[in-house]
Design a protein around this ligand. Structure first.
Ligand code: NAG
Ligand code: NAG
Ligand code: NAG
Ligand code: NAG
Length: 407
């Protein structure tokens, strides 16, 4: 994923340079970017204060009884938005809405969605951008990570803010829900689905704050881990949010079966996502959390759990690890019992329903993180059940993992 991700960013950067003339004027500040005076350590310390100590993330008493999607509180985004931790990007307005949703097992939680208002806004267009934070740490969530002053090891992730910038340039409202919820439950499909669906409910009812129409033409976009999130959201939408109108969803680079991934990525570069995935799931599933307490080897546990306080770039040194080497009973212990049940509940797409929202499914034919056969299986299943899916197997991203560090 990482190398493909790098290629993806290079692709975006190229596009950006082509488009810079049109977007620079309304969206970015003057060309004099603030000089980097803060050291990495200062930035880390600074950003480690967010979410846990920021009262805005704490829901008001009694929020549990409000309907899903209810806006609980709101404020302007406190810092400046950015895609490179330096240059500020100025949409016409940027709001954070705290809204009621639920976690993977249906318990009420409050999550943040960031709503960006473009200049010359088309009030009837909403682009739901699904951000991948690729980490089980709340420090890497988009509501924090898209602002200047974020952690240095989250800067690759921050660069995806270019996609919302393109959408703003079209005059579309953009919404970005925190993908992992307040507990950073990275990689749990149901959590991501509820967070996205309820964020759309919240944004559609935010007209008297953001100015958006109550019934905008709504589209969703996600690539890689957030392609998974969009896939899950569209799969659960008919049951969870049947009233929600979404015109279409772009679903790219998905890994439909996390169990398959855990097996096939072991010992390879993508194994760097093993510990973050498992720690993320353990935030949502207490049985998995207890299982880890008992099954992580005592002398390896700290190394495994460190990912809870780190963002994507810090996981690079976990490429090619033997995941089983952290566990009593090795990898096979992870592919049975509690961990398997959790992965089946939260990590396998196509088991909970058929999307009614039409898909644009894009995938790289040579994707070595997610073999196309796995994607084809899901595609065939959804189509057999009446889904509308347009497929493009042209983009060459998620490949050449051997050059992970070469950019
Ligand atoms: C955002 O950027 C503007 C212009 O560069 C600056 O005046 C302002 O202080 C910045 N805000 C924050 C919260 O850093
Ligand atoms: C927006 O409208 C809703 C519903 O009418 C109301 O509950 C809420 O207080 C309003 N918010 C603002 C900021 O006016
Ligand atoms: C997911 O992958 C696992 C491991 O390869 C396999 O046993 C299982 O059948 C797969 N599930 C689906 C729905 O493809
Ligand atoms: C672990 O918890 C999840 C969520 O409640 C449940 O679906 C799963 O079956 C549980 N696993 C076991 C082995 O009980």
């Amino acid at each position: 994923m990482a190398a493909g991700f790098t290629a993806f960013l290079m692709h975006l950067l190229n596009l950006l340079s082509l488009l810079s003339l049109t977007i620079a004027a309304p969206l970015t500040g003057s060309s004099s970017s603030p000089s980097q005076t803060t050291t990495t350590l200062q930035r880390l310390l600074q950003s480690s204060k967010t979410t846990k100590q920021d009262d805005f993330y704490k829901p008001p008493t009694g929020f549990e009884t409000k309907p899903p999607g209810t806006i609980l509180q709101y404020r302007p985004v406190p810092g400046n938005l950015t895609f490179d931790n330096k240059k500020p990007v100025f949409p016409k307005a940027a709001w954070q809405l705290l809204y009621r949703t639920q976690n993977s097992v249906g318990a009420p939680i409050a999550n943040i969605v960031t709503v960006l208002v473009p200049y010359n806004a088309k009030k009837t267009n909403l682009f739901v951008y699904d951000w991948f934070s690729l980490s089980p740490s709340p420090l890497c969530l988009p509501s924090v990570g898209m602002q200047i002053g974020g952690r240095a090891d989250n800067e690759d992730i921050q660069a995806q803010f270019l996609v919302p910038v393109f959408a703003l340039n079209e005059g579309w409202y953009v919404s970005i829900a925190d993908d992992g919820g307040p507990q950073a439950g990275f990689s749990s499909g149901p959590l991501a689905a509820y967070a996205i669906l309820d964020s759309i409910r919240a944004v559609k009812s935010s007209g008297n704050i953001t100015g958006i129409s109550s019934d905008p033409i709504t589209t969703m976009y996600g690539y890689s881990a957030s392609g998974n999130a969009v896939s899950w959201a569209t799969e659960l939408q008919p049951a969870y949010a049947p009233e929600l109108k979404v015109a279409g969803a772009a679903v790219g680079g998905i890994t439909p079966n996390v169990t398959f991934l855990m097996e096939t990525a072991n010992g390879k570069p993508w194994s760097m996502f093993g510990p973050p995935t498992v720690m993320g799931l353990s935030h949502e599933f207490s049985n998995l959390s207890h299982w880890l307490d008992e099954n992580l080897l005592p002398d390896k546990a700290a190394e495994f759990r460190r990912v809870e306080n780190q963002c994507f770039r810090s996981f690079y040194d976990m490429q090619n690890i033997d995941f089983g080497g952290y566990l009593r009973g090795g990898l096979s212990a992870f592919l049975t019992g509690v961990p398997l049940s959790v992965m089946e509940h939260a990590g396998i797409q196509g088991m909970h329903g058929t999307p009614r929202i039409p898909w644009y499914l894009f995938h790289s034919a040579g994707d070595d993180a997610s073999p196309i056969e796995e994607v084809d299986k899901l595609y065939a299943k959804h189509c057999a059940n009446g889904a509308t899916i347009q497929v493009s197997y042209m983009l060459r991203i998620h490949t050449s993992v051997n050059s992970l560090d070469s950019h």
